[in-house]
Ligand binder design. Structure first.
Ligand code: SF4
Ligand code: FE
Length: 483
């Protein structure tokens, strides 16, 4: 079987034996939990769209290993065309879910691990790449969702992993034996963790010799013994427990993050992909971050499309659509959103082949892409709030809107454009709120800042890739300065 149906995906999660804490309680049934289910629905869309003929070209690919049709989220990019299609697929999913659909982290991790293990084996004579390929075959064949887990909790940021007062601030190897390794530590902000079948762990920074125990990469089932999750809160998340569809803004879809704890977890050697090869830690981090910075030029743009649409509808419903400043603000939002998309496409089109055959994005352009993502969604959100007006955060609740008496008062006084019913106006206001301040703002705003690395991480990469010496030479030549 190469493509799972969305129903099969949901059923496969029901069979998992996750240990998840949410608001102080152990969750018995995550799939149906009202705070978790919308995030599951978003991942489910990655399966649903892959079966729709009109999206087949973007959502599926041919496995370079088996020739089978597979979900693009399990594919290794075989060309720049694949890299471009990846960004287009992410924009499509952002448009369809208006949230984080989570499955990209695993795709980005697998692509980064592929080329890194290949080059590591070639230099050091290790045997990691073949293990990775066996894992990938299973992922493609069973159409699995993999969580790429990179970000450690990091403790004191001024100290290296081995210098931390608590050695568990970075995931590390605590024991090695004939069968495998035992790891301990935690990964923070793990997107889609409890909607995933497997976890692919990577180190979080370039490591030195002293940090060799922290230069560890491996895969393990997401419900492995010793792995547990503490589910992250989102702004306005308990509205999902109220059972309505208006106040949540987006009642069907969402994203999630969790703290993923490894409490002395045993990993057999066949699932270990790096163990002590600290010189390759930086390469893996740089490539994974590069792919994920490219990703934001797709997913955030798709969500931005929904936000721009919501702002335009809010203007229609408020009766303000003809105001020239509103039109201009919508143009500015579109300009910013398409600039992000241009960066996502550009770093893909300028990608190149690595030694393993897998294509890597242009790292400079991918970092420029993400640097813009740390800014533009904030401005797009600001303009959306400007257009929508204060009602998006001061409006009465859904229960009041539906109340037999109070509802009539709200119906009368919350009327905007007379041709639009008040409930529709309320729905659009709440969607703008959801995307800018509510649960989806995790993915659209704060994740735009910190996801795939905070702004300074991109600036370091931009500085490394900028080739200033060549630019100085160009200037000297034009100015007539002799070398
Ligand atoms: Fe995918 Fe975007 Fe979510 Fe990252 S933030 S997992 S790229 S949808
Ligand atoms: Fe992310």
């Amino acid at each position: 079987m190469a493509l799972k149906t969305p129903e099969q995906f949901e059923e496969s999660l029901r069979k998992m034996n996750f240990k998840i804490y949410l608001m102080g309680e152990l969750v018995k049934n995550p799939v149906d939990h009202p705070m978790i289910r919308p995030s599951m629905n978003s991942v489910k869309m990655t399966y649903a769209l892959a079966l729709q003929p009109e999206h087949e070209d973007l959502m599926t690919a041919r496995s370079h290993l088996t020739g089978e049709k597979i979900n693009r989220f399990t594919h290794l990019h075989q060309s720049t065309d694949d890299l471009v299609k990846k960004v287009k697929m992410q924009r499509l999913l952002g448009q369809q879910t208006a949230s984080c659909f989570q499955r990209c982290v695993g795709m980005d991790a697998m692509n980064a691990v592929d080329s890194t293990t290949f080059e590591m084996d070639r230099k050091l004579g290790t045997k990691y790449h073949e293990r990775f390929i066996q894992f990938l075959k299973m992922v493609q064949d069973e159409d699995l969702t993999v969580d790429g887990a990179m970000t450690d909790t990091k403790g004191d940021r001024s100290l290296a992993p081995h210098q931390q007062a608590d050695p568990d601030m970075f995931v590390h190897v605590v024991e090695k034996n004939d069968q495998g390794i035992i790891v301990r530590g935690a990964k923070a902000h793990q997107t889609g963790a409890v909607n995933s079948h497997w976890i692919m762990v990577m180190p979080t920074i370039a490591m030195s010799k002293e940090d060799a125990d922290y230069a560890v990469s491996f895969v393990c089932p997401a419900d492995e013994k010793g792995v547990f999750y503490i589910y992250g809160r989102q702004s306005c998340d308990t509205r999902k427990m109220e059972g309505g569809t208006i106040d949540v803004g987006n009642s069907r879809f969402g994203g999630h993050e969790a703290l993923m704890v490894f409490d002395n977890v045993f990993i057999p050697w066949e699932n270990v992909l790096m163990c002590g090869e600290y010189e390759f830690s930086g390469m893996l981090v740089e490539r994974f971050a590069g792919y994920h910075r490219q990703s934001y030029g797709g997913c955030k743009v798709g969500v931005g499309d929904v936000l721009i649409g919501a702002a335009a509808l809010a203007a229609d419903y408020n009766g303000a659509a003809k105001a020239s400043h509103v039109k201009d603000k919508l143009i500015e939002m579109t300009h910013l959103n398409e600039t992000l998309y241009s960066c996502g496409i550009a770093c893909s089109a300028q990608g190149s082949k690595t030694a393993s055959g897998t294509y890597l994005i242009d790292l400079l352009l991918a970092n420029v892409c993400k640097q813009n993502v740390t800014r533009f969604p904030y401005e797009i959100a600001r303009l959306a709030e400007d257009i929508a007006g204060g009602l998006m955060v001061t409006m009465a609740s859904e229960k009041d809107l539906q109340h037999p008496e109070i509802g009539k008062v709200l119906e009368k006084y919350l009327q905007g454009n007379a041709g639009i019913c008040t409930e529709d106006r309320a729905r659009i206001m709440r969607l703008v709120e959801n995307l800018t301040l509510g649960t989806a703002a995790v993915g659209y705003r704060t994740e735009s800042m910190h996801g795939a690395g905070s702004p300074q991480a991109q600036r370091i990469m931009i500085s490394r890739q900028s080739n200033l010496e060549r630019k100085k030479k160009l200037a000297k030549k034009i100015a007539g300065i002799k070398e």
